[in-house]
Design a protein around this ligand. Sequence first.
Ligand SMILES: NS(=O)(=O)c1cc(F)cc(F)c1
Ligand SMILES: [Zn+2]
Length: 260
Amino acid sequence: QSVWGYDSDNGPDHWHENYPMAKGDKQSPIEINSKDVQHDSSLGPWHTSYDPGAAKTILNNGRTCRVVFDDTFDRSVLRGGPLTGAYRLRQLHLHWGSSDDHGSEHVIDGVKYAAELHMVHWNPKHGNFAGALKQPDGVAVVGIFLKVGKTPKPEIKRILQGIDNIKTKGKEAPFQHFDPSILFPKSRDYWTYHGSFTTPPCEECITWILLREPIEVSSDQMAQLRSLSKNSENEPMNPLVDNWRPVQPVKGRVVRSSFK
Ligand SMILES: NS(=O)(=O)c1cc(F)cc(F)c1
Ligand SMILES: [Zn+2]
């Protein structure tokens, strides 16, 4: 009975054995083909109002590195775009590859980015996060693509500094005074569609808001991300890389864009 992961014996092709939703009709990630995207002029801008004081800790759970925020009240919220009401920021995490040519979960016109950052928000009208998971409008995730380039975005350094203290599974360190909106690219253009968690339990509760403009990171910064370990301290080193799910069937869903 192996816990889910990304290895051949517990990876994405096995998840449905314990998480039946993994074979649902609205699974994520997906490939986005611009020719099939529908521009929706009614899609307004999205807005965030994040309190830097809400940031609490950064942790390595053996599957990703995650920054956790205080979501006990409407302290850091996302609103607008395809959403109704304010969604509370709960955590952010990343997915990345074993080399710079892949690692993102969503694929754009055949392009895989080196990494994908997810900012996870939930709808407080459903009481708590566990309740929100059971609702089609329960969760909203802003996805930002990370592209290896020559002018890395300085603000990404803050996350990578945090990584130095959580090299092995189970490690957690304080991560305070951090406003994740500094990571946003210049453009607010986005694609949106209805999908799921890209990890177990694969619940189909997510309104995805994927930013068209990637942010740039350096190859060294990607190497730093890949220096995280899946294993606990004193266990054999098992690099935490390729923690991305392959694209899933679109099954007739329409991806809308805020831009032409
Ligand atoms: N990767 S994801 O954004 O769909 C996601 C969100 C979440 F809240 C928990 C997870 F385990 C995974
Ligand atoms: Zn994710």
